[in-house]
Structure formats: structure tokens, C-alpha cells
Design a protein around this ligand. Structure first.
Ligand code: FES
Length: 174
């Protein structure tokens, strides 16, 4: 598996966001699939996160304007869902499932190992910006527990040795 690093737009570049023609067309295409602008909000935000790496206040204002919603409403949605990044994320976001099936099959050991190896806790990022650790509830892959999602990819049936090999591989990339 080859997990792609998150390409993060630096804060100074997304203080004010104007969608270019490509983004405008993709937002319009998404908007047409839904009966209302509000219904299209989640996929439009997802599109923006793919493009900019995170949802800055400037992105919120641009989305609000494009979908004729208030920035406050859009911000409320962004901050409700943990899948949206409201600050520049690390290159690799490790979402560790801590729910029952994963807990029974070794997630606690994986979490302890990650915290020790990376020197960070849940909600924190390594000083070099490479890894971010997040505790999450069931990722819907209980049959292959324990599971960690790294960016868009699932890593299943994990143990400490495999996890170390994955981190070594990702750490080695620049
Ligand atoms: S409990 Fe971990 S994926 Fe469902």
C-alpha cells in the first residue's frame, strides 16, 4: 500500500480563498447532485479538504458564499464532524480505532506503542509535522481488527511489528 501524504496549504495562502475555474466547476457539479445547497455542503467541504488539506476560515467563507449559507452555519458543520481538519494537519494522520473489537484484539497495545514511539498523545502532532495521532470510534472494519486509518487508507489486522514497519516506511519518505 502506498499512502499518499496530505498536501497542506500553508495558513497564509488560505486566509482568503477564491475558487479557481476547476474548483468552481467541481463545486457546481456537486451542487447539481443534491436538491439543496445545504445538502451539498458535506461533499463540497470534503472536496475543499482534498484540495487545501484542511478547512481554514478562508475556505469556510468561500464555501458559504458559493452555497449561499452563512459562514457561521458552515463553521458549525465543520467543527461538528471530526473528519474535517480545522488546522493544518500532519503529513500522515493516524486514526486509531479504540472501539470494542479493536480493543479486544490489541488496540490498547498499539496505542501505547504509538504514544511511546512518537512521543505524542491523542490530538497531538510530532514536532516535525510528520505524524498526528487521533483516537476514533469504530472505523467499520471490525472483522479485520485492530484497524488504523492513515490518511485515506485502512491498515488492518495490525500488530506492533507491522505498525513499526509502516511507520518506518512513511517516515523514510520526503
Ligand atoms: S471496532 Fe475497530 S473497526 Fe470496528
Amino acid at each position: 500500500m502506498s499512502t499518499r501524504p496530505i498536501e497542506v496549504a500553508p495558513p497564509q495562502t488560505v486566509q482568503t480563498v477564491t475558487f479557481d475555474a476547476t474548483m468552481d466547476a467541481r463545486v457546481a457539479e456537486l451542487r447539481q447532485r443534491y436538491p439543496t445547497s445545504r445538502a451539498a455542503l458535506l461533499p463540497v467541504l470534503w472536496l475543499c479538504q482534498e484540495r487545501y488539506g484542511w478547512i481554514s476560515p478562508g475556505v469556510i467563507r468561500a464555501v458559504a458564499e458559493r452555497l449561499a449559507e452563512s459562514p457561521a452555519f458552515v463553521e458549525g458543520v465543520v467543527t461538528f464532524y471530526t473528519m474535517y481538519q480545522t488546522a493544518p494537519p500532519a503529513r500522515y494522520v493516524l486514526q486509531v480505532c479504540t472501539t470494542l473489537s479493536c480493543a479486544w484484539t490489541g488496540a490498547r497495545g498499539l496505542v501505547a506503542h504509538l504514544k511511546e514511539r512518537l512521543g505524542i498523545g491523542f490530538g497531538e502532532t510530532t514536532p516535525d509535522g510528520t505524524f498526528q495521532l487521533v483516537g476514533v470510534q469504530c472505523l467499520g472494519a471490525c472483522g479485520r481488527a485492530p484497524v488504523i486509518q492513515i490518511n485515506d487508507d485502512y491498515y488492518e489486522d495490525l500488530d506492533v511489528a507491522r505498525l513499526d514497519a509502516i511507520l518506518d516506511e512513511l517516515s523514510g519518505r520526503r
